[in-house]
Write a protein that binds this ligand. Structure first.
Ligand code: NAD
Length: 101
């Protein structure tokens, strides 16, 4: 049984990951570590989880259908928690196409 957490290196996702790892669950984190804010913060968010055998980081984009198919065919995913998103109201007005792909 696996939990797939999109955006699992982000603020909310990484807290969910922490809790699931603490509970002994198997967690796959799909995150592209985008540069909306410093990716080093995201790497730090998951630095403890990376030490766990139950945790796997897949650096990739949720918009990559081929990758999603690979993940779902490689792992038995039972739960998906999907907080991955490009946040930011003001930047979405400055560059709307970035948010609409
Ligand atoms: N933090 C809050 O207070 C709050 C409040 C209300 C709603 N939300 C919503 O919850 C969600 C998560 O918020 P957060 O604060 O954890 O944001 P965050 O930016 O810290 O985390 C989002 C994560 O998603 C990843 N990501 C972005 N686009 C991706 C893509 N295409 N493929 C894979 N990964 C991608 C980013 O790298 C990041 O790690 C967002 O939708 C946000 O709008 C957050």
């Amino acid at each position: 049984m696996h939990y797939l957490i999109t955006g699992g290196a982000g603020f909310i996702g990484s807290h969910v990951v922490d809790r699931l790892i603490k509970d002994g669950k198997k967690v796959i984190c799909l995150d592209n570590l985008d540069n909306f804010y410093d990716p080093a913060i995201k790497r730090r968010n998951i630095s403890e989880s990376l030490k766990s055998q139950n945790f796997k980081l897949i650096e990739g984009d949720i918009r990559d259908l081929k990758l999603l198919r690979e993940i779902f065919s490689s792992y038995k995913i039972d739960y998906v928690f999907h907080p991955a998103a490009r946040a930011g109201v003001r930047p979405s007005i400055a560059d709307p196409l970035l948010y609409d792909r």
